[in-house]
Ligand binder design. Structure first.
Ligand SMILES: C=C(O[C@@H]1C=C(C(=O)O)C=C[C@H]1O)C(=O)O
Length: 307
């Protein structure tokens, strides 16, 4: 835990459009920002949190399942959707049923979607002998040896969703929803346990500020769409539709989807068992194990009352 000499915690931010509703207000002076914010793709944030280079962050949901002893979940925050997500895509040169025995390139920026894809390939689509490679998408797509299919997430997926050589598009959250009927949780916000134990008041402050910023963002989606459109990835109307697909909460159904996913990770041998969901609370620095019955609520009010 490095205080930078000023008592501020180090907060990670996913470097994609999808988290603007959570961070925009605190980064632009509309709500308080008590942290140092570092923006990176998810897999880099995951590694930084595991190393202790950040104190709190959004991380790929698989990371909590793999390292439950290292982290506690911050309530009332998630990147989840209950149907298509538009930005986690398997893009293929051929229809899915012809991908058996083929190479799929996996973006190096993802940890959760990579696991979701492998689960769908093995347990839902039952494709045999698929070979996976992890790497940077741009160079692979630019040279002649392009893979039969690739997995893209975040802004890259939004930019490449209409790639001419990859006309077959599979939205993994839509496939998951069609299969399980459940929401899918791509990312959760976690705090390192050592930080939670040593600085509960700061963790509380940052959590409240994230809720306040999210609440502002969700009340001003029109502002976010106007500003985010300047990046040239989506126009304001498409951005509105994009933001409407997300729930930024760990509500009860999202928790069910998360636990079902963790159960499948255990079946695949990725983790030894489905972990308890250990939420951070200020008054119990050892945490409270939650087994699917609790979750964050829209504006964080329920959690604010608990903290
Ligand atoms: C929905 C998305 O979820 C993302 C997917 C992640 C992953 O696959 O590890 C992590 C964080 C999220 O940003 C997206 O990037 O579009």
């Amino acid at each position: 835990m490095d205080w930078h000499g000023d008592g501020r915690l180090r907060l990670g931010k996913i470097d994609y459009l999808n988290v603007w509703p959570v961070y925009y207000a605190m980064e632009h002076g509309h709500t308080p920002n008590p942290c140092h914010i570092t923006a990176r793709p998810p897999s880099e944030l995951n590694a930084m949190m595991c190393r202790g280079d950040l104190d709190l962050s959004a991380v790929s949901s698989v990371i909590y399942a793999r390292y439950p002893d290292l982290f506690k979940i911050l309530p009332g925050l998630a990147i989840a959707c209950d149907g298509p997500v538009h930005s986690v895509l398997l893009l293929s040169q051929k229809p899915l049923e012809f991908l058996a025995g083929e190479d799929i390139l996996l973006t190096r920026h993802s940890d959760t979607s990579v696991v979701l894809l492998k689960i769908l390939v093995e347990k839902y689509w039952a494709l045999k002998r698929v070979r996976y490679h992890r790497g940077a998408l741009s160079p692979a797509l630019a040279n002649g040896s392009s893979p039969a299919a690739f997995l893209a997430i975040g802004d890259e997926a939004l930019m490449w969703s209409r790639h001419a050589r990859y006309p077959y598009r599979y939205d993994l959250a839509a496939v998951w929803h069609g299969w399980t009927g459940l929401p899918f949780v791509f990312a959760v916000w976690v705090v390192r346990r050592d930080v939670a134990a040593r600085a509960p008041a700061l963790v509380q402050e940052v959590t409240r500020c994230l809720w306040e910023s999210k609440s502002w963002g969700l009340r001003h989606v029109d502002v976010l769409c106007r500003e985010a459109a300047r990046l040239g990835i989506l126009d304001p109307i498409a951005l509105r539709r994009y933001y409407d697909t997300f729930t930024f909460d760990l509500h009860e159904r999202a928790l069910k989807g998360l636990q079902f996913f963790y159960g499948l990770m255990a079946d695949m041998g990725d983790i030894p068992a489905c972990p308890s969901l250990d939420f951070w609370t200020q008054d119990d620095s050892q945490g409270v194990a939650v087994h699917g019955a609790q979750g964050g609520e829209g504006d964080g009010k329920k959690w604010a009352a608990r903290l």
